[in-house]
Each structure stands twice: as structure tokens, then as C-alpha cells.
Ligand binder design. Structure first.
Ligand code: 13P
Ligand code: SF4
Length: 328
């Protein structure tokens, strides 16, 4: 794609999910963003929960948290704009200390990242000496720096299996998402010590929602994110990260599917697969929704808001993230 992007070509990607009248309000920002990306030698990385005009309209790289971390390692541009939430931008920065990493809205947080502090991790270590600490990437760099290794929802099973083998233990401290930890414990048989953090989006779903969906939409295939409670995961047909849900839909091609996760996920898959009926029992993530085209444009115009990390914290966090990337 060049700076002279053809917005009509881009519109074909999203015409099944964005009406023309709404698209018309986006085109000025989209053209400006493509121009600015060229001028700044910048790339836009977008998480699967970004709205379709961002995901399909301006992103160069899209994916789940694991894919974004992996891709951030190989970016050659001078500037990375992370359309997602703050912890994702921090991960991109710690893997690219020499690059300018921007987040379009510095207040784009995460209820999981906010649930835990470095002191909490130190207290867990002190209470459970010798037990490895596996930390979800949805945490601050300071929390990652206190950890042995990170994981995402896409590689948590592989990370837990590798860590327990390497350390010769059958128990891990897995923080801060108590639901993800319980779901992974059930899948691996490993004893998990956790922390009472939850995703404010996924904790709102319950097993009753899934029973209602199945009654109202016979034959629907239900896919749940592992940040949902164990009862929701048990009631679903399959659980996986956002990229794993997308792969399931695009390879198995169920006639109708319900994704128990954030709203934009269904829109982004529907845009590419108009033949699949997407039932949309979604909850919005207010943090993900802080990214807008206007803020991405502003970010590239002003080179703001730059993510900076204290070097010692970055070094500790990088070690935990790189260990994860070596495993999975
Ligand atoms: P994944 O995209 O890694 O599945 O994560 C979901 C999420 O909630 C990110 O904030
Ligand atoms: Fe955090 Fe949940 Fe939003 Fe993801 S969806 S950023 S885990 S609050």
C-alpha cells in the first residue's frame, strides 16, 4: 500500500459492516494516516478488538497479543503506532528500545493490568518460594519485570507446560487473571496459584447467556475467550485467543457462530467472511475503544503519545517477554 491509498479499494474490505454514509466520515482521516505513515516511516499495529475502519482501513499488522508482540520484534519502520491498549505499546517498546513507539490515547488501560502491582508479585513470591511466576502480557512492564516468563492467551498452555518441565515442578504462580489461570489449570492439570484480577469485558458473560444463544440460534457454534469464567468456557464449543477464534472460524467455516468476546472481533471477521452468520453477543472494551482514526492521525502528526520505559524495568520485562517468545 502506498501513501496514495485508494479509499474505494479499502471500502470493499468493510462494505458488509460499515454503511457508505459512515465510511464517508472516515476517508479524510484514512487518507491522512496513509500519507503520514509514509512521511514518518511508520507502521500501525492494531489489535483484533480495534474497530473495522482501523483494523481494515489503516493497520499494517493485525493480530492477537501474541502476534503483535512477535511482529513488533521484526518491525523495520522508525515509528510504531500501537492501536490497542497501553500494555501492548509497552511490549512493543521493550522489544524495540531504539524506536519511537506511540499510543494514540495514553489512558487506554486494562482492568487486568490495573489489578496488580510489582509489590503484589513480590508478596506472592515470598509466600510461595521456588514457584515460577508466569505473568499474562496484560500487565505493566514493572509487573513483567518481577516475573520469570510471560504468556498470552494464545500460548499459555505451551508456556505452562514448558515452565513446569524446565523447573521440575507441578505448580506455578499465574497472574493476574484468575479466570485464565483456572481455565489453563483445568487444561494442563498444573496447580495454579493466582491473583484476583479479571477482564471487565469477559467477566460479564455467564453460562445462561450461552444457553439463551443456543435456544435462539439453533446450531450456533460458540467460541469463548479464555478470560471468560470456567463455567462460560465449559458451556462453549471451543475456547481460544482472538487469533485462535478467527482461525477456527476461517478454517472450519461454521454456518453461524457466536464469539463470546469484545464486539469488534465479530465485525472484523464478518467483514472478511460475509457468508458466515455472526451472532453478536458482544461487550465493548472501553479501553480498546479509546483508539480512533482521529487519534491515530493526531498521534502521527505530533509523534505523540510516546511510550518511555525506565531502562532497568525494561530490561527485566524484556527478559520475561523474550523467554515467552522463545517458547511459543
Ligand atoms: P488476545 O488477543 O491475546 O486473545 O487478548 C485478548 C485481550 O483481551 C487483549 O486485551
Ligand atoms: Fe483488558 Fe479485557 Fe479490555 Fe483486553 S478486553 S484490554 S483484557 S479490559
Amino acid at each position: 500500500m502506498t501513501a496514495t491509498v485508494n479509499v474505494q479499494d479499502l471500502y470493499r474490505r468493510v462494505s458488509s459492516v460499515i454503511p457508505p454514509v459512515e465510511w464517508a466520515t472516515f476517508t479524510d482521516d484514512i487518507e491522512a494516516i496513509w500519507r503520514l505513515k509514509e512521511q514518518r516511516n511508520a507502521v500501525v499495529l492494531a489489535h483484533n478488538y480495534q474497530t473495522p475502519e482501523i483494523f481494515h482501513g489503516v493497520a499494517d499488522i493485525v493480530g492477537d497479543s501474541l502476534a503483535l508482540a512477535r511482529e513488533a520484534q521484526d518491525v523495520e519502520a522508525d515509528v510504531i503506532v500501537l492501536a490497542g491498549v497501553h500494555f501492548m505499546a509497552e511490549t512493543a517498546k521493550l522489544l524495540n528500545p531504539a524506536k519511537t513507539v506511540l499510543v494514540p490515547d495514553p489512558l487506554a488501560g486494562c482492568s487486568l493490568a490495573e489489578s496488580i502491582t510489582p509489590a503484589d508479585v513480590r508478596a506472592l513470591r515470598a509466600a510461595h518460594p521456588g514457584v515460577p511466576v508466569v505473568t499474562y502480557v496484560n500487565t505493566s512492564a514493572a509487573v513483567k519485570a518481577e516475573s520469570d516468563v510471560c504468556c498470552t492467551s494464545g500460548n499459555a498452555v505451551a508456556v505452562i507446560q514448558q515452565v513446569t518441565r524446565a523447573w521440575g515442578v507441578n505448580e506455578v504462580i499465574m497472574i493476574p487473571d484468575e479466570y485464565l489461570a483456572a481455565n489453563i489449570a483445568a487444561q494442563t492439570g498444573v496447580r495454579v496459584i493466582t491473583h484476583p484480577g479479571r477482564c471487565e469485558v469477559h467477566e460479564r458473560f455467564n453460562a445462561g447467556d450461552i444457553a439463551e444463544l443456543r435456544d435462539a440460534h439453533p446450531g450456533v457454534v460458540v467460541l469463548a475467550h479464555p478470560e471468560c469464567s470456567p463455567e462460560v468456557v465449559a458451556a462453549a464449543d471451543h475456547a481460544g485467543s482472538t487469533a485462535q477464534m478467527q482461525a477456527y472460524v476461517e478454517t472450519r467455516r461454521p454456518a453461524r457462530v457466536a464469539l463470546i468476546t469484545e464486539c469488534s472481533m465479530s465485525d472484523n471477521i464478518a467483514a472478511r467472511n460475509p457468508d458466515i452468520e455472526m451472532i453478536r453477543p458482544c461487550n465493548l472494551c472501553p479501553h480498546m475503544k479509546r483508539s480512533t482514526l482521529a487519534k491515530i492521525r493526531h498521534s502521527l502528526e505530533m509523534l505523540t503519545y510516546e511510550v518511555t520505559l525506565d531502562p532497568a524495568t525494561a530490561a527485566g520485562a524484556r527478559r520475561a517477554v523474550e523467554r515467552m517468545l522463545q517458547i511459543a
